[in-house]
Design a protein around this ligand. Structure first.
Ligand SMILES: [Zn+2]
Length: 248
């Protein structure tokens, strides 16, 4: 009779574990859905920050381009004016004018070269901005998907939690006081509360159960806990290989 009474403990552990498992799964799903939304928001924010930074770089290049263009125009104008003076023989000092022409021509060439380099740099930044914008578009699409999945997926999980919480409270109220602490400890460790033995070995912690325990579990006599992890032993499973050969 004592064995039967003990075995009813196992039924209570089973009921509580099942409820906790279902509530945990629902909460985990809700958390995953929210995590996806958070990750998608973070990706969009990162893309926006990159976009802003690249735009600022581009604005700086545009400003430099404007300055260089103005310089180039001034050097070219001075160069051409000096050339005209020389060609028309109106230069006060021919040597000085030639030197001035050469200087202006060189400065104009240098500035033109700097402008070419700047254009290349600008092209690179513009290409990067295009890539960032493409990423932002897919980032926004991902966010929409994550939000839709969350909005559709969260309510049913919340219904499950809301429905099971009172059942869990009732199961906890029925739970034997002397094993409440052990159960809570397993839950706190996020360890399974119920395990199977496979070939006499705990499927969770791989500790070998005593032969007597295996026999008693098989005969559903008494309530036993794994000597390794402390979980309640639900049943004994045959080796997977045996199951397969049995199927044939
Ligand atoms: Zn174990």
């Amino acid at each position: 009779m004592a064995g039967l009474a003990l075995h009813s403990d196992l039924l209570l552990v089973q009921r509580l574990s099942s409820l906790d498992g279902q509530i945990d799964a629902a909460i985990a799903t809700i958390r995953e859905l929210e995590d996806s939304v958070r990750a998608a928001v973070a990706a969009v924010k990162k893309g926006m920050a990159e976009h802003e930074a690249a735009k600022a770089v581009l604005a700086g290049l545009v400003e430099r381009e404007r300055v260089l263009n103005r310089k180039l125009h001034s050097y070219q104008t001075q160069r051409d004016r000096t050339r005209t003076l020389i060609d028309e023989g109106k230069a006060p000092d021919f040597i000085v004018a030639e030197r001035q022409f050469a200087q202006c021509a060189e400065l104009a060439d240098e500035t033109e070269f700097a402008l070419l380099e700047l254009m290349e740099e600008k092209d690179g930044v513009e290409a990067r901005i295009a890539v960032i914008e493409q990423g932002l578009r897919s980032g926004h699409a991902n966010l929409d998907l994550a939000r839709a999945a969350r909005d559709a997926g969260r309510p049913p999980e919340e219904v499950i939690v809301k429905k099971l919480r009172p059942e869990r409270a009732a199961a906890w109220a029925d739970f034997p006081g002397d094993i409440k602490g052990s159960y809570e400890l397993l839950r706190k460790r996020r360890a399974p509360t119920l395990v199977f033995l496979k070939g006499g070995i705990c499927e969770h912690c791989h500790i070998q159960a005593r032969a007597q325990v295996v026999i008693e579990v098989e005969r559903q006599r008494g309530t036993h806990r794994c000597a390794g992890c402390g979980a309640w032993i639900l049943d004994v499973r045959r080796e997977a290989a045996d199951d397969e050969s049995a199927d044939e």
